[in-house]
Design a protein around this ligand. Structure first.
Ligand SMILES: [Zn+2]
Length: 168
């Protein structure tokens, strides 16, 4: 495995107490049938299971934990012959994030990944390959965190460890 060369600590979602994101969906209740799972997943978080949400949810959550960008999901939807626009994919990803089905991982200014694993964990980002890998939460010890501005609390700390290939 390559050696981490630098570390970016990103503090996100320093929201006010009242607006904290919804808690994790109850995944233990899933039935193992992706289509029905997606439907109950959406219902559990109060989203109407429209055809587009169902189709995108099925593509997103049917393959285990992964990280996708709006463009990646759009491409998969096109391949699966799901009639959606990139804007709809984008909106749906944000709706899913708002209700706690997805976690947003901002890697740099231009790239936002959506993570189907909403549990606390951190990421390796492989520069040049644009690939995100999970780091278990227990493998990263976050030191002293800064004091947030008046009226805010730290919602969570995301660590992105950026990797590059070692020169040969
Ligand atoms: Zn992840």
């Amino acid at each position: 495995m390559s050696t981490p060369v630098s570390r970016t600590i990103v503090f996100t979602n320093a929201v006010e107490g009242a607006e904290r994101p919804a808690s994790m969906p109850p995944r233990s209740t899933l039935t193992g049938c992706p289509w029905r799972d997606v439907k109950s997943m959406l219902r559990d978080v109060g989203l109407r299971p429209t055809r587009q949400r169902m189709a995108l949810g099925w593509i997103l959550f049917g393959k285990g934990d992964r990280h996708v960008t709006a463009e990646m999901l759009y491409e998969e939807a096109v391949k699966a012959k799901v009639p959606v626009s990139l804007a709809t994919v984008y909106n749906t990803l944000h709706q899913f994030t708002d209700v706690g089905l997805l976690r947003q991982v901002a890697v740099d200014g231009s790239k936002t990944y959506f993570d189907t694993n909403v549990s606390q964990h951190h990421h390796f980002f492989i520069e040049g390959e644009n690939d995100l890998l999970d780091i278990p939460d227990t493998d990263v010890v976050v030191g002293r965190t800064p004091i947030p501005p008046e009226g805010y609390e730290i919602a969570r700390v995301d660590v992105v460890v950026r990797l590059r290939r070692k020169p040969r």
